[in-house]
Ligand binder design. Structure first.
Ligand code: UTP
Length: 289
């Protein structure tokens, strides 16, 4: 079984749900406490043993490339002022030379199309996908947990989490093949935003995937689906008919930072976890309510 060595992180969307914040700043660079969203997912991937990150970028997203590169004047200035801690924090994010590739999605035709744009860089091996606006607070990281499961199960795996039954109409929900009796189970299908009474489970798809390369051939022929976009879900549905497909209930908490309220909540949740901010932030919140 080939190992999972690469992750695709699509960053070419317009981030319309968080406009106007994303009018001239990529959504993936919105700050979460003191690091941009993309920093969290790239770190999570390297922690999982991933060797190569493929960013699918688009127009107006150049600042993301710069984030992962040296900023010589800034670094020289910090060095001259002996600000070693800050200097370390800006250098820490730069990956090993050659460990990051960029490909371009010329128009945001959907998540499925963005992933398809990475086909030549991925080649004929299993790979991970991480959506950068879903930040998962977990230790070990969600992708590391999934790679551990993949080494035992093979096939395709998508991360899921429990959501309240009455909220299934906001998510993609998985249908288990048999009774669920552990964190990893085989799936028989997925349903987009089902009404609670029609939902096959209360387990929602969460923005982390390990897929086999056959997905690319299926994406190639996937017609435009919901919203006129080429949907990854449609191609995964087709792949499920050919290969084993698992859902994995990861251990952790996700934050949807592609949504204004989700992003605000994530800043508070992760801010409260930082010892240097926790007490002051708690008192501030108490004063406000
Ligand atoms: P989203 O649907 O959350 O991002 O896709 P979006 O389209 O930017 O956001 P809204 O819905 O307009 O607010 C998840 C990830 O997939 C990327 C996005 O950049 C985001 O990181 N994506 C989405 C692409 O790269 N290309 C696309 O065509 C669509």
């Amino acid at each position: 079984m080939k190992p999972v060595r690469k992750v695709v992180i699509p960053v070419a969307g317009h981030g319309t749900r968080v406009l106007p914040a994303t009018k001239s700043t990529p959504k993936e660079l919105l700050p979460l406490v003191d690091r941009p969203l993309i920093d969290y997912v790239v770190n999570e991937a390297f922690e999982a043993g991933i060797e190569h990150v493929v960013l699918v970028t688009g127009r107006g997203k150049g600042a993301i490339d710069d984030y992962f590169d040296h900023a010589f004047e800034l670094e020289a200035g910090l060095e001259a002022k002996n600000k070693t801690d800050i200097l370390d924090s800006v250098r820490r994010v730069i990956p090993k030379a050659g460990a990051m590739s960029y490909t371009r999605q010329q128009a945001p035709l959907g998540l499925g199309h963005a992933i398809w744009c990475a086909r030549d860089i991925i080649g004929d091996e299993p790979f991970a996908i991480s959506l950068p606006d879903v930040v998962i607070d977990a230790g070990p990281g969600c992708l590391k947990q999934m790679v551990g499961e993949y080494e035992k199960s093979g096939g395709n795996i998508i991360a899921v989490e429990e959501v309240p039954r009455e909220a299934t109409n906001k998510y993609g929900v998985v249908a288990p093949k048999d009774a669920v009796n552990g964190p990893l189970f085989e799936m028989s299908g997925m349903v987009e935003k089902p009404a609670p009474e029609d939902a096959p489970s209360n387990l929602a798809i969460t923005g982390r995937y390990i897929l086999q390369p056959e997905i690319f051939g299926l994406l190639e022929t996937t017609p435009r689906g919901a919203g006129g976009e080429i949907q990854l879900t449609d191609a995964m549905d087709a792949l499920m008919k050919q290969q084993s497909f698992f859902a994995y209930v990861y251990d952790g908490v996700s934050h949807d930072c592609g949504d204004k309220l989700g992003w605000l909540k994530a800043n508070i949740a992760l801010g409260l976890k930082r010892p240097e901010f926790a007490d002051a932030l708690k008192s501030f919140i108490r004063e406000q309510v």
